[in-house]
Design a protein around this ligand. Structure first.
Ligand code: C2E
Ligand code: CA
Ligand code: CA
Length: 562
């Protein structure tokens, strides 16, 4: 072997690129170790096979005809080619084919040198995918939907058809993240995405805009009823219970609908109109749909403005705390009051918490609002004490998002100290949903709060999914029966049975029992006969401002109404 042959052999053996030598008939004559490494074939398995043995089937005949034509005429071809490994997997390689000629200029051999570029190709494909699809749900993203919308518009326009856009927003999705954790929140979005995809598969498209916001397009809509029907289908697909993190969840959504061409003829207008209707609908209540109307101009920008108004409202002192008395049925006296927030929005008037609390929970503003509520409740409590009124604990509603803040205990402590009231003056109203994420850490946190001296109650009891076996370990003071059972107690035997069961169970575990939403004497009598301890409802009093609750505390007798 001369020096050059030595050199060539060394390169052949040690190259990290695969090298194949084939004869003029393209029969493989030798391969190097890198070939075996990449393709999986030992030399004895592949030598003697035709070169096309490695083809993947991804390229057509024309591709190879042109390739060989170039090798013949230019002695060289380079490019990307998909081939098949021994294990069957196909992958892309970067390939150079050289024609080797003898002195008579006749081709005697071909040398093919290649490297595996599957990783590079995969990341390029991923990038292309991510430009058009949402990585979490694999649904089309905003850019992609926008392009589709342009196509839908031109088709509908040429055929004089209508189509509908659905802006779909999950209700209180932040609570899911807060109570079950982000991985579970992601699973929820994936599951919902899948359900929506099934619904839109045959006649339109659905994508995810961001967060818990989806946009669906139904390609042909003959009537408004057709769009309404689709909205109902979306709601019921979302309402169907979900099993996530060992918990059964039932979600609701709010939908806004816009129609082409009635509400707009370009993508921006149509999306804005659907979102405006969705937002308008959010303020009205959840689990429903609403069609866009001319005067709804709550665009995404304006929604930010409302959230901003809510934030400024805190500085401008636009929030007010009302109090509703809870009456002990044995003594006829007020045993505690519940603080219920009101928003007196400048220029608009009083807005009900049923409307703005969900928006505050979606935007995270519930945290500063709750801070304010607690501070105010402590200050008012101090005022009542200073006026020599009887000691009366104030109950404050706590959202999941607030409860998930790691420093909320310190902030509560600060409010108590600033107002100079004892911890027993404050009662936290928690919902069953808060317990879902991790019952053990929930119990640990409750135990800490009790150790601080705070009182705790479970609100809206009977509507969540509390496991009864855990309930007995909750270090709480009271259970508050949800008002839906009280509302139809007189007409519905099942509600009466549930109320009875809650009272028996709660008492046996040593909890106080509260019934809320009591409006009539009839309801009161049933509850009293069944050993309910404490009653809250319009029957005694609606929520009233601090000065008025002071009057009620001063009289402090509802005996004549029992
Ligand atoms: P909730 O905690 O279940 O509060 C009870 C709601 O029932 C109050 O409505 C109260 O005014 C109403 N209510 C009381 N008695 C009766 C009755 O006899 N009949 C009827 N029909 N209703 C009665 P409100 O004040 O509109 O509050 C609605 C919800 O807003 C509350 O439900 C609570 O979930 C939320 N909320 C209110 N204030 C706050 C707050 O400061 N923080 C948080 N996180 N949520 C709050
Ligand atoms: Ca409550
Ligand atoms: Ca309640």
């Amino acid at each position: 072997m001369d020096f050059n042959q030595h050199l060539l052999t060394a390169i052949f053996e040690s190259s990290s690129e695969g090298i194949v030598m084939s004869d003029v008939d393209n029969i493989i004559r030798s391969v190097n170790p890198a070939f075996t490494e990449i393709m999986g074939y030992l030399p004895e398995e592949i030598v003697g096979q035709p070169g096309n043995f490695l083809r993947s089937g991804k390229h057509d005949d024309k591709f190879f005809t042109e390739l060989w034509h170039q090798v013949q005429t230019e002695n060289k071809w380079c490019g990307e080619m998909w081939v098949r490994r021994k294990n069957g997997e196909i992958f892309p390689e970067w390939l150079v084919i050289l024609a080797i000629k003898n002195d008579a200029k006749e081709i005697t051999h071909y040398v093919t040198i290649f490297s595996d570029i599957s990783e590079r190709v995969a990341s390029a494909e991923r990038i292309a995918f991510l430009a058009n699809f949402d990585a979490l749900t694999n649904l089309p993203n905003r850019t992609n939907l926008y392009d589709d919308l342009v196509n839908y518009i031109s088709t509908a326009n040429s055929q004089h058809e209508k189509f509908a856009l659905f802006s779909i927003n999950l209700d209180r999705y932040k609570n899911v993240n807060a109570s079950l954790g982000f991985p579970a929140g992601d699973l929820v979005l994936q599951e919902i995405a899948q359900r929506l995809q099934v619904l839109f598969k045959d006649e339109g498209i659905v994508g995810r805009l961001n967060g818990d916001k989806f946009l669906g397009i139904k390609s042909t809509v003959l009537t408004v009823q057709g769009a309404a029907h689709r909205a109902e289908e979306i709601l019921s697909a979302i309402n169907h219970p979900l099993d996530i993190a060992n918990t059964q969840l039932t979600l609701t959504a709010t939908i806004g609908i816009s129609l082409y061409p009635d509400n707009g003829t370009d993508p921006e207008r149509l999306i804005d109109a659907a979102e405006a209707a969705m937002f308008e609908n959010k303020l009205a209540g959840s689990n429903s749909y609403l069609f866009y109307e001319k005067n709804m101009n709550v665009t995404a920008k304006e929604r930010l403005a409302i959230e901003n108004d809510m934030r400024i409202g805190i500085e401008k002192d636009e929030y007010q705390l009302f109090y509703q008395p809870l009456v002990n049925l044995k003594t006829g006296k007020i045993s505690s009051v519940e603080a219920l927030v009101r928003w007196n929005k400048g220029g608009v008037g009083m807005i009900s918490p049923a409307k703005f609390i969900p928006v505050a929970e979606d935007s995270g503003l519930i945290i500063p609002i709750t801070d304010w509520v607690i501070k105010k409740a402590c200050e008012d409590n101090r005022k009542w004490l200073d006026a020599n009124l009887p000691f009366t604990p104030v109950a404050v509603n706590i959202s999941a998002l607030y409860f998930a803040q790691s420093d909320f205990k310190e902030r509560i402590k600060a409010s108590l100290e600033n107002a100079n009231v004892e911890a027993a003056s404050l009662k936290l109203e928690l919902t069953e949903g808060l317990a879902m994420k991790n019952v053990e850490s929930f119990i640990a946190l409750l135990t800490e709060l009790r150790a601080m001296g705070l009182r705790l109650l479970i609100d809206d009891f009977g509507t969540g999914y509390s496991s009864l076996s855990y309930l007995k370990r909750f270090p709480i003071n009271d259970l508050k029966i949800d008002q839906s059972f009280v509302r139809d107690l007189v007409t519905n035997a099942e509600s009466r049975a549930i109320i009875n069961a809650i009272i028996l169970l709660g008492k046996s575990l040593g909890f106080g029992i509260i019934a809320e939403g009591v409006e009539t004497k009839e309801q009161l009598v049933f509850l009293k006969d069944n050993q309910c301890d404490v009653i809250q409802g319009y029957y005694f009093s609606k929520p009233v401002p601090s000065e008025e609750i002071m009057k009620l505390l001063k009289e402090n007798s509802f005996s004549n109404k029992i």
